[in-house]
Design a protein around this ligand. Structure first.
Ligand code: ARG
Length: 278
């Protein structure tokens, strides 16, 4: 995660961004620290990268890479303003002992690439190019399922869908969530998504893959409710996504509401601020 020291809306590269709307930086920093604390108090490890002046969107760590099996697929940003972030994140990974394989095509990491059990769900339409989907499949040797995004408000896959993991109650009480989170070796796991963000064919593909998915309303999607992080049990979720929170509880998950409203001014939320090291 990357502390929002230099966070602001200085350019507009998605419909949420309005350079005339100021960010309340002290509030953004409080919200960010609350998210870090929420992760740590639920047993997760949080590493941080030093923020770089002049890179306001660097707070959206999810966009920097996709990591799985200890391998790192580095991003190649769509917008010129964000391209220098790649070098900063590559340095962090090097120092942490990882090699970074750079994407040859436009690719925005976990913004558009969502590991989902045996598959990687991969968005395209606004940012990540479908050529990158093939690179990801080749690099990780995991089946990549391409999904077309059609609503500019949901310009990254992680604004319209998140992976819930497998059965929330499967190993209740052990405190172990990693196996369930990956879905590996068990079932396919499940997702939550907002259907209208996808093309008709992609919507149908999701329906076939996840007949029991949590379907979010437009209201919950606009509240960035789908920009959530799930460890299988806890779901770190925007508190404004009321319908989604109720449904997650009903299904046995434990919603952990964390408000990142200041980050919404740049088109980001909980998941955007979080790059998962797998
Ligand atoms: N302002 C950033 C952009 O438009 C927000 C990125 C949000 N990140 C995400 N994973 N959806 O690139």
């Amino acid at each position: 995660m990357c502390e929002p020291r230099y966070f602001e809306v200085r350019y507009a590269i998605n419909p949420w961004m309005d350079t005339g709307t100021p960010v309340d930086l002290p509030l953004a920093r409080d919200q960010w620290r609350t998210l870090v604390e929420a992760y740590r108090s639920r047993g997760h490890t949080v590493e941080t990268i030093a923020p770089v002046a002049g890179l306001p969107d660097m707070v959206f760590a999810a966009n920097a890479a996709l990591t799985m099996d200890g391998k790192v697929f580095g991003s190649s940003f769509h917008a010129a303003e964000r391209r220098p972030e790649s070098a900063a994140y590559a340095r962090w990974f090097k120092e942490a002992g990882y090699d970074v394989h750079p994407s040859r095509s436009v690719c925005e990491g976990e913004g558009d690439l969502v590991p989902a059990g045996r598959y990687v769900l991969a968005g395209t339409g606004f940012r990540t190019h479908s050529a990158a989907h093939r690179e990801v499949q080749e690099f990780f040797g995991r089946p990549v399922i391409g999904l077309d995004l059609v609503d500019p408000r949901f310009y990254h896959l992680d604004t319209a869908l998140f992976f819930l993991g497998g059965e929330p109650g499967a190993d209740e009480g052990t405190g172990e969530s990693a196996g369930r989170r990956t879905g590996e070796g068990s079932d396919e796991g499940n997702v939550a998504y907002y259907p209208a963000a996808f093309s008709p064919g992609s919507r149908e593909a999701l329906r076939r893959l996840y007949p029991d998915a949590v379907i979010a309303t437009e209201e919950d999607a606009l509240a960035f409710g789908l920009n959530s992080v799930s460890d299988g049990r806890h779901v770190f979720v925007a508190p404004q996504a009321h319908g989604l929170i109720d449904e997650l509880s009903r299904r046995g998950h434990v919603p952990v509401p964390v408000d990142l409203s200041e980050f919404r001014k740049a088109g980001g939320g909980i998941k955007c601020c979080t790059l998962e090291i797998r």
